[in-house]
Design a protein around this ligand. Structure first.
Ligand code: ADP
Length: 676
């Protein structure tokens, strides 16, 4: 076994690998970019080496710098994690040439599976079932059009070199095929430096089911069963589970055998995942990921294995720790990915500082949180917006699902928009409980899961409770402030410093004004009562409330009903977290001038920090409303910025490859309507 390894990654996966290495007595070397100098993975490792500026292309993707850090630190092997260099055959090769073990498959296996088209050709020969489609070399439009007609519409165009759900287009009819191919090729060339595409039958209600495989250098390959990753947004996984609901032993055996055949066909070694798309009784090979997957913990939970330990053992030349006959499934596991993103704005990645972060308690074998982030950290546009993975286990699926709901309710994140509301809505949805899974789940149930759903009427009283907690928190802080001032001025008995409130005309009361989102401000009157509680009154409501605290944290009582909650202040913003849900109010200063309206629509600004990848207009162009203007890449996503209205472009302020901050003006429009 190795004595020391370098982890060429960051975030939760770097921490995950370091944990196992430490348990096995292996020393660890982290690498970090300038943005990650204080990051959790940097602090967790035994050593940490700087590798350059924040952008991944100048740090985590620079093979030479990482190899140099490995050489100088005396590491014997490199674990690449996932993403970054993990599926880079040239890097695996360079490791070998530098006398280092790459903890992953041989370069030839990475190369063979690296192209969706080539891997499909290989799989066809190995007898692995494929989605009906075309993955040939000829790429001219007539050939592709003819292939699409043969496959039958709807079809899906994918970039051969693609990944991350990028560059995929669904085409409904022959009328749109030529334009879609051209668009997909353009996008593929820009994103992957390779414009080849393939065409597949588009399955309308498929499930994503993948098989975890493992192979050692002695020629043994096993299947560690399946994961169902059908809950997706933008063709990217959000919730994953093992085993796949409804999977019968025969089908599991068939899929396992197909996956093992796929791995054997490329001389695979180490951990890999063979992804299938399934519809009805049929399943088809989609691609093989030649690395550890983000969702590997659900397999660990149901098999009781540590897959990183297996990776290390196999890379050190040991045989697989267990053979097929000793592998078994136990219970059910579900993983939820907690992302910094806004599901209500088309899953736009969010950035910001995690002002407050509380995660569920780890319960060995039951609840596990994998994360590389701590309170106070920033989510930047340089890296993936995943904050954490929450993995739960139960004796069966309903038990796991209950635990998922409870753990999601324990989450508290303030400062960055997250998908926690969506995750909770899915975990609590009847169709999810009934395991009605397919990749269209989120889109189909959007009315129950997004926007409107979280702004539901105050049926459980949580809105009222949140508003009351905010008001009482203000009252308490002001009382504390007044008491402090009175002490400072030497007149602790001044009536103006009384900790309860203003006392005028015999009645003690103070008015507070709060705003929530874009709703009109609410004025709330607070009357202190003799027992230390308060009467709170606002249009249409009046309640008696008290905010206290005990060892378990703050407790709010409203009209006799008490609830646990958390109150987090961030400037003039107060976030009350109730059952894991955030309710944010802005306290209005009665003396402040009224807020001015947001900037007009004569300019287009970057919604998140990122890199400009395409500029599609020039000054003087007349564009229609919604015309694409600029494409910005942020956190592995392409965001197309469109014209807010018909108009004439006055200025384009940035060029391709410029890094832009949130709010940076990208395009401005000339005043007035353009001519016809
Ligand atoms: P990427 O490598 O970019 O992630 P994949 O080929 O793995 O792309 O596909 C990602 C997702 O896209 C799948 O999980 C599935 O939801 C959807 N998908 C892929 N192929 C098809 C298809 N032929 N029909 C319907 N959906 C598909």
């Amino acid at each position: 076994m190795f004595r020391k390894i370098l982890v060429a990654n960051r975030g939760e996966i770097a921490c995950r690998v370091i944990d196992t290495a430490r348990r096995l007595g292996i020393a660890t070397v982290a690498v970090y970019s300038e943005a990650d100098a204080g990051a959790r993975h940097t602090r967790l490792a035994d050593e940490a080496w700087p590798i350059g500026p924040a952008p991944a292309r100048q740090s985590y993707l620079v093979a030479d710098t990482i190899l140099e850090a490995a050489r100088r630190s005396g590491a014997e092997a490199i674990h690449p994690g996932y993403g970054f260099l993990s599926e880079n055959a040239a890097f695996a090769q360079a490791c070998a040439e530098a006398g280092l073990v790459f903890i992953g498959p041989p370069p030839a296996a990475i190369r063979a599976m690296g192209s969706k088209a080539e891997s499909k050709a290989l799989m066809e020969r190995a007898g692995v079932p494929l989605v009906p489609g075309y993955h040939g070399e000829a790429q001219d439009i007539p050939v592709l059009r003819e292939a699409a007609a043969r496959i039958g519409y709807p079809v899906l165009i994918k970039a051969s070199a693609g990944g991350g759900g990028k560059g995929m287009r669904i085409v409904a009819s022959a009328d749109d095929i030529a334009a879609a191919i051209e668009g997909a090729k353009r996008e593929a060339a820009a994103s992957f430096g390779d414009d080849r595409v393939l065409i597949e039958k588009y399955l309308t209600r498929p499930r994503h089911i993948e098989i975890q495989v493992f192979a050692d250098t002695q020629g043994r390959t096993v299947s560690l069963f399946e994961r169902d990753c059908s809950i997706q947004r933008r063709h990217q996984k959000v919730l994953e589970e093992a085993p796949a609901p409804g999977m019968d032993p025969l089908r599991r055996k068939q899929m396992g055998e197909a996956a093992v055949a796929a791995a054997r066909a490329v001389g695979y070694v180490g951990a890999g995942t063979v992804e299938f798309i399934a519809e009805g009784d049929a399943f088809y090979f989609m691609e093989m990921n030649t690395r550890l997957q983000v969702e590997h913990p659900v397999t660990e939970m149901v098999t009781g294995l540590d897959l990183v330990e297996w990776q290390l053992r196999v890379a050190a030349g040991e045989p697989l720790p267990l053979g097929e006959d000793r592998l078994a499934l136990r219970g059910h596991a579900i993983e939820a990915r907690i992302y910094a993103e806004d599901p209500d704005r088309d899953f736009l990645p969010a950035v910001g500082t995690l002002v407050h972060l509380r995660q569920p308690q780890d319960v060995p074998g039951r609840v596990r949180v994998d994360t590389g982030i701590v309170q106070g950290d920033q989510i930047t546009a340089h890296y993936d917006p995943m904050i954490a993975k929450l993995i739960v286990w139960g004796e069966d699926r309903p038990a796991a699902l209950r635990r998922l709901g409870a753990a999601l309710a324990e989450y508290a994140v303030v400062g960055v928009t997250t998908n926690l509301g969506l995750l909770r809505a899915i975990a609590g949805h009847d169709a999810f409980a009934a395991a009605e899974l397919d990749t269209g789940f989120i889109a189909r149930h959007a009315p129950d899961l997004l926007g409107g759903a979280s702004a539901a009427p105050d049926s459980d009283g949580s809105e009222t409770a949140a508003l009351a907690a905010t008001a009482l928190s203000v009252v308490r802080d002001r009382a504390a402030e007044n008491a402090g001032q009175a002490q400072a001025t030497g007149d602790p008995w001044s009536p103006w410093a009384a900790p309860d409130a203003w006392r005028m005309n015999g009645e003690a009361a103070q008015d507070l004004r709060f705003r929530q989102d874009d709703a009109p401000a609410i004025t709330l009157r607070v009357h202190p009562l003799a027992d230390g509680s308060y009467r709170l009154a606002w249009p249409g409501r009046s309640v008696q409330a008290a905010l206290t605290a005990d060892a378990a944290g703050p407790l709010l009582a409203i009209d006799g009903v008490s609830r646990r909650l958390r109150v987090v202040w961030h400037g003039a913003e107060c976030t009350v977290i109730l059952a894991g849900r955030n309710h944010t109010f802005v306290v209005e200063d009665p003396l402040a001038p009224p807020r001015t309206e947001a900037a007009g629509s004569d300019r287009v600004t970057a919604p998140v920090p990122g890199r400009v990848t395409h500029v599609l207009v020039r000054p003087g162009d007349v564009v229609e409303r919604n015309a694409p203007l600029v494409i910005v890449e942020a956190m592995k996503m392409e965001i197309t910025l469109r014209a807010p209205q018909r108009g004439t472009v006055a200025q384009v302020r940035h060029a391709v490859d410029d890094m832009v901050e949130e709010g940076t003006e990208l395009v401005t429009f000339a005043a007035g309507e353009p001519g016809p």
